[in-house]
Ligand binder design. Structure first.
Ligand SMILES: NC(=O)c1ccc[n+]([C@@H]2O[C@H](COP(=O)([O-])OP(=O)(O)OC[C@H]3O[C@@H](n4cnc5c(N)ncnc54)[C@H](OP(=O)(O)O)[C@@H]3O)[C@@H](O)[C@H]2O)c1
Length: 258
């Protein structure tokens, strides 16, 4: 533990597994108290129990339910300010955009943009009081190059990146930064599910699909969620105070543009 975030609290969304759980661990390792949010109470409790340090808490709800989110986080804020917000949730369902139902767009907006904007509005007064805020959004490399068969996801991720850039301009003078992490293939339960679905669709084995995807990455391997979390922990730290409004791919070099 290096203590760079001691005395601070983070709200980490999507923290019950995968990238979110790894970010909760990385922030706690820097001395930060963590409020871990996702739908599954038992998984959240297991994550929080394993965190170093004290004062960690759990909020179990569906991030798409704004009334529940607003009530729960207002109660959290009654316990004290939160200076670090990690916006993260499950990715929208795959499929071609030409066949995407209207409800898929509504759900994507609700779970990503509306939740992130609502949480930001709740947390901003405390960040301003502290003169310190870090808003970090876990999005996707599809912000730079759309990924085939992820129509709704590509659309929502682009909107999220644009939301973040706009917000970064509004809050920078208060010591608050807003940045996006764009994960590439990262070894989490979501990646396992995508590999299984693709194997079924293409009539290949899961090993064949995984190998095909690894070969698309210059590093020739999938990322470890801890590697994504290390980037988030740096962006959350005082050392990253002059980095604002950027998209940071953590993708083993896969994204074929700057
Ligand atoms: N892994 C990759 O290769 C990769 C690549 C590019 C982008 N991404 C994106 O990065 C983000 C994190 O990825 P990941 O691989 O860590 O995903 P993951 O393994 O599916 O984990 C998603 C997390 O979000 C929570 N969650 C999902 N829906 C929720 C909801 N409605 N309300 C509250 N919590 C919810 C899940 O917990 P509960 O089920 O307990 O709610 C879980 O903790 C996702 O948006 C994903 O699309 C991932």
């Amino acid at each position: 533990m290096n203590g760079a975030l001691s005395g601070k609290r983070a709200l980490v969304c999507g923290a019950s597994q995968g990238i979110g759980a790894a970010i909760a661990a990385a922030l706690a390792d820097m001395g930060c108290a963590v409020t871990a949010l996702a739908r599954t109470q038992e998984k959240l409790e297991a994550v929080v129990t394993a965190l170093p340090g004290d004062g960690h808490r759990v909020v179990a709800l569906d991030i798409g339910d704004w009334n529940a989110l607003n009530t729960a986080i207002s109660l959290e804020l009654a316990e004290g300010d939160i200076q670090i917000l990690i916006n993260n949730s499950g990715g929208p369902a795959p499929g071609p955009i030409s066949q995407a139902p209207a409800e898929a767009f509504s759900a994507g907006l609700q779970n990503h943009i509306i939740a992130a904007n609502g949480l930001t509005q709740l947390l901003l007064p405390g960040m301003k009081r502290a003169g310190y805020g870090r808003i970090i959004n876990i999005i996707s490399t599809s912000v730079k190059i759309p990924i085939p068969n992820l129509g709704v996801s590509n659309t929502i991720r682009g909107a999220m990146a644009s939301w973040a850039k706009t917000l970064s301009l509004e809050v920078a003078a208060d010591g608050i930064t807003v940045n996006n992490i764009l994960p590439g293939f990262t070894q989490t339960p979501r990646l396992d599910k995508l590999i299984a679905a693709t194997a079924t669709r293409l009539g290949k084995s899961e090993d064949e699909v995984a190998q095909m995807w690894r070969e698309r990455v210059p590093a020739r391997r999938f990322g470890d969620p801890k590697e994504t979390a290390a980037a988030a922990a740096f962006l959350a730290s005082p050392a990253a105070g002059y980095i604002n409004g950027v998209n940071l791919p953590v993708d083993g070099g896969r994204t074929g543009c700057l």
